[in-house]
Design a protein around this ligand. Structure first.
Ligand SMILES: NC(=O)c1ccc[n+]([C@@H]2O[C@H](COP(=O)([O-])OP(=O)(O)OC[C@H]3O[C@@H](n4cnc5c(N)ncnc54)[C@H](OP(=O)(O)O)[C@@H]3O)[C@@H](O)[C@H]2O)c1
Length: 330
């Protein structure tokens, strides 16, 4: 049982990944402190045994020091996923600094920090390993997540806080807003509209497989002060990934949208997002979606012996009861 009897703090406990992690840790017998910004947000975890809901915001340095007292392990999952650069900076950079400094003061044995493959940016192609230089571009999320990693390493080394950084791809599974709910809404359209023939590669990872890897990273000696991708390698194509959701919805019909038309409208969409203060590098997104790439999992396989257990078929099947609960699947 992973982390049995250890005191573990999970930030972002009210979110998709943090919530799944809290339940798994509690089930494995860890004593879990689940950070929630308000008691109302922590409601869904209230009756989970072994879980104490602690109120706090990662942008509050003093509060983070208080909640971290007595913790053996910290999973820093919380992040701002959208908004302006300043908004995301507060959570994804200042918040990370507060978490790392509090971990240093509390003598935490390891911080598992959740980053993202977004740090490689939209120009990533071919085989992307953990050694590939980061190229986050202008996108605030990508930039602030890349800076967040830098802060983890800097404080980790200066204050001798053991850390381990995970860069997940597109996390799907029950309760995933983006890569299950939104994709299923798209995939159930008959035919399913998508750019070109769908031959480019997405980077999915099933939630339970990610959590297995994070639990390993919390204790494995070879994970200390290391960074790991977290995706399925080899990757499926978009046609395969979306196609599995379409099959769940009961059809296989595909509608190819012309890539040239998307390229033509990209600069306008880019301008609109830039004027809103949320630049998105839209022209680069199109080759990103249609391009071939593999985020390599060789390092986690070799150093940690990690292998994802969930096939795409199985993972998407596991989403069905939740999609039914949401009223999207009969
Ligand atoms: N989902 C993906 O596909 C994906 C892919 C790659 C990486 N990631 C990374 O995985 C992590 C979890 O993502 P997710 O999908 O679970 O996101 P999510 O469902 O939006 O959850 C984000 C969590 O962070 C919390 N949070 C945000 N700002 C906070 C603050 N200032 N203080 C305390 N808590 C704060 C939120 O609290 P509230 O409930 O109060 O808003 C929520 O619990 C993030 O680090 C994200 O960058 C996600």
């Amino acid at each position: 049982m992973a982390l049995q009897g250890k005191t573990v703090l999970v930030t972002g406990a009210t979110g998709f990944v943090g919530g799944a992690l809290v339940r798994r840790l509690a089930n494995d017998g860890a004593d879990v402190k689940a950070l929630a910004r308000s008691p109302e947000k922590g409601r869904s975890l209230r009756n989970v045994p072994h879980v104490e809901i602690v109120q706090g915001d990662i942008t509050d340095a003093e509060r983070m020091k208080a909640v971290m007292q007595g913790c053996d392990i910290v999973f820093h999952v919380a992040a701002a996923i959208g908004g302006t650069f300043d908004f995301q900076q507060r959570a994804n950079m200042d918040g990370v600094r507060n978490v790392m400094l509090a971990a240093a003061d509390a003598g935490v044995k390891r911080v598992v920090h959740v980053s993202s493959i977004a740090v490689y940016g939209y120009r990533a192609s071919g085989t992307v390993t953990e050694e590939t230089p980061l190229n986050p571009g202008r996108v605030a999320y990508n930039r602030t997540k890349a800076e967040g990693e830098r802060i983890v390493r800097e404080i980790g080394e200066e204050r001798r806080v053991p850390y381990s950084i995970v860069r997940p791809g597109m996390i799907y599974g029950p309760r995933s807003g983006a890569w299950t709910l939104l994709l299923f809404r798209l995939a159930r359209l008959k035919p399913t509209p998508f750019l070109g023939d769908g031959g480019g590669n997405p980077a999915p990872i099933y939630i339970d497989d990610l959590i297995d890897l994070m639990l390993l990273m919390a204790e494995h000696p070879a994970a200390e002060n290391e960074t790991f991708n977290a995706v399925n390698d080899p990757p499926p194509t978009w046609r395969e990934f979306l196609g599995k959701y379409s099959q769940l919805a009961g059809h296989r019909a595909w509608l190819s949208l012309p890539v040239w038309a998307a390229k033509l409208s990209a600069p306008l969409a880019d301008l609109v997002m830039t004027l809103r203060g949320e630049p998105q590098d839209v022209p680069e997104l199109i080759p990103y979606v249609t391009g071939k790439r593999t985020y390599s999992m060789a390092k986690a396989r070799e150093l940690l012996g990690w292998q994802p257990k969930t096939s795409l078929d199985e993972g998407i099947r596991q989403c069905a009861p939740w999609l039914r609960e949401k009223g999207l699947l009969s």
